[in-house]
Ligand binder design. Structure first.
Ligand code: ACM
Ligand code: ZN
Length: 650
């Protein structure tokens, strides 16, 4: 060996040898990989200059290169012969699975296809983002997701998200390895899917006479194809939803002939006060009218043309039967078919839509009402959403019907953080303990849902989703035995600056580490002897007493949106010498923002001592004399259901 070669070899040994110690004892990744081993030694990030992009994995190497470069490797170049980052095809791995080994100055990644490669890239980017001192620890990671379906639904009807905004959401969700984007394209408020055969759909279905600035927002075929293309490069499949047979005021605004009784319908934006909305007298498609199913077929053809996904979501939620029951066409169908329950009209429609979806080679997804009377089959997919979803899950799995879990408790992020806290989500288990192992594969995955009635901007959208959707990402990815709240809590704090650098407007939750509040049927003890009076109906079992139990992580939740006549009063058992009163209502949402804070010294007459601010808080300094009651008097119409976390008397 020449002296030069000897010194190079010694240098390499020193740099990469196993006698080098570990530079860290843990890595900070979200979601937590299923197998991580930290090895001795490390790799300077500055040395990661080249990558191979084999055509067997990368159909579009240039696009892939720019995606990899984005995560802190701006100068990376393709070098298929001698690369630091080496991708190798390994067909024995499952889709989305990968191995990533950093050792001996190389990063070796194995995967079966692009989905695994993309997940490895995200892991590498997170390793780089969380590295200290510009060094990556040597690691051996072998990882695959618990669920193949890791979704996010965005409601594009109640508020419109531009193609650029959808791309932002795609970038953000892909960072945490979510891989399905479900677009809720139609609802009462707007029909956002342009169809050449029916241009009036988007013309009238997004037209609001008094809101010109909100009108005319919809997606062309090219827009949606661009979203599909952009998402696919980020390992995300886009699943369209056209919600039928209910939720269709905007459709009927353009095609009143598809309603049971004709008449006029108007789409309406959420910005229009409830009492000004002219909805027509129903929002249902007439199932007894053969034109309806012909129209559904045209919709399916359009979706098939745009979306390569195997799935088409056809809605099926919240379908009242009252209008059908008074429609001659629907009732004639009812009699002809020998139905005995009005709900069978929905089932008839569901079956037709399911057959049509299959005719075009696709699989129908429907909200869990499609299975209410057991009409779904193993050829459909039921998306479980109501309450905690346990009953619907058991009902579907007992008949071998695949499901996607997106129950309100755990997955609905139009709820504020009080109702679905990050910790509650993290600790939620999507498969009920009574389900036997042979049925687990039927649970295709888990999805976050963001309904956007009260979410009008991209900033607000991100605030509702982050950080809690990253907790759900770990539920979706990491085996239950490998999850750990304390570890996640530490990691999420480390990811706040990373989210900021990704441009995510996350919500920094003061209560992040608080154990989940689980209301019980039984009322809690009050912090002081008192009696509570309110005319706001209760969202059971979030009892009013939770607002005065001495804890800020428990809360009262009203069961309706509140207006001017609503009040919430604490009548104290004994007079209290009070120097200050503080009221904390919802945190991220469901605040009380239009209300006065009043106190009473005699228990009958009240004086105003404060008003609520835009963050749903009120504070009043008092003179220390005795008070007998504290009252919240609502002064304006809210759209949310109010939460009161605590009324604190000092
Ligand atoms: C739904 O939340 N109506 C599916
Ligand atoms: Zn009808």
């Amino acid at each position: 060996m020449s002296p030069k070669l000897l010194s190079q070899t010694l240098g390499a040994l020193l740099l990469f040898s196993s006698c080098e110690s570990k530079i860290t004892d843990h890595v900070s990744l979200i979601p937590q990989p299923n197998n991580v081993e930290i090895l001795n030694g490390s790799l300077p990030i500055a040395k990661i200059a080249t990558v191979n992009l084999p055509s067997s994995i990368f159909a579009m190497p240039d696009s892939a290169l720019s995606i990899i470069r984005n995560g802190g490797l701006q100068h990376l170049a393709i070098d298929n012969a001698n690369a630091v980052i080496n991708f190798t095809e390994n067909k024995s791995l499952a889709p989305n699975a990968y191995t990533l080994n950093i050792n001996n100055g190389k990063i070796n990644i194995e995967c079966a296809d692009y989905s695994g490669a993309f997940n490895a890239i995200k892991t590498l980017q997170q390793l780089i983002a969380t590295a200290g001192n510009g060094m990556l620890p040597n690691v051996a990671i072998s990882d695959s997701p618990r669920f193949q379906y890791r979704g996010l639904m965005l409601d594009c009807s109640r508020h419109f998200w531009t193609v650029d905004e959808l791309k932002e959401s795609i970038d953000q969700m892909s960072y945490f390895k979510l891989n399905k984007l479900h677009l809720h394209l139609t609802d009462n408020n707007a029909w956002r899917l342009y169809m050449e055969k029916y241009p009036e759909l988007t013309e009238k279905g997004t037209f609001y006479a008094n809101f010109p600035e909100l009108s005319g927002k919809y997606y062309t075929k090219e827009d949606l194809k661009e979203v599909v293309r952009y998402a696919a490069l980020r390992n995300i499949e886009v699943i369209p939803e056209v919600d039928m047979p209910g939720h269709n005021t905007a459709l009927l605004a353009a095609m009143p002939n598809l309603s049971c009784n004709g008449g006029t319908f108007e789409a309406y934006p959420e910005e229009m006060p409830l009492n000004q909305r002219r909805r027509g007298n129903e929002n249902m498609i007439c199932v007894g009218n053969p034109q309806s199913i012909a129209f559904v077929e045209d919709v399916i053809k359009e979706l098939v043309d745009i979306f390569p996904s195997q799935y088409i979501h056809m809605g099926g939620d919240e379908v009242p039967t009252t209008y059908w029951e008074s429609c001659p066409k629907c009732m004639s169908l009812y009699k002809k078919q020998g139905f005995t329950k009005p709900g069978q009209i929905q089932d008839y429609f569901t079956k037709q839509v399911s057959d049509l979806t299959r005719k075009y080679g696709k699989t129908m997804i429907g909200w869990d009402e499609i299975d209410e009377r057991g009409v779904a089959t193993p050829e459909d997919v039921v998306m479980v959403w109501r309450n905690d979803g346990v009953e619907q899950q058991k009902h579907a799995l007992s008949r071998n019907i695949p499901i996607i879990m997106t129950p309100q408790h755990g997955c609905y992020y139009d709820w504020g953080y009080a109702g679905n806290s990050t910790r509650k989500i993290y600790e939620w288990e999507p498969i009920d303990s009574t389900i036997t192992a042979d049925k687990h594969d039927l649970v295709k995955g888990v999805q976050a849902c963001l309904w956007t009635e009260r979410v009008a901007t991209q900033d607000r959208l991100e605030w509702m989703l982050y950080p809690r959707i990253t907790a759900l990402a770990e539920v979706m990815w990491t085996e239950p035995g490998k999850k750990n709240w304390e570890s996640f809590y530490e990691r999420i704090n480390a990811y706040y600056p990373i989210m900021a650098s990704l441009g995510i407007n996350y919500y920094e939750d003061d209560a992040l580490n608080e154990t989940e509040f689980a209301p019980t049927d039984e009322k809690p003890a009050l912090v002081r002897h008192a009696h509570i009076e309110t005319n706001i109906p209760q969202n059971f079992p979030y009892h009013p007493e939770y607002a005065f139990d001495g804890r800020t992580n428990s809360f009262y939740w009203g069961g309706t949106s509140v207006g001017k006549d609503h009040y919430f009063t604490i009548l104290l058992g004994e007079p209290v010498n009070a120097k200050e009163i503080e009221v904390i209502t919802g945190d991220s949402k469901d605040y009380i923002t239009m209300a006065d804070l009043l106190v009473s010294k005699d228990g009958t007459t009240y004086e105003k001592v404060g008003v609520f601010n835009d963050l749903g808080e009120a504070k009043a300094k008092l003179d220390g004399s005795a008070i007998k009651a504290v009252k919240i008097q609502i002064t304006g119409q809210h759209t949310c259901w109010p939460i009161i976390k605590e009324i604190i008397i000092k």
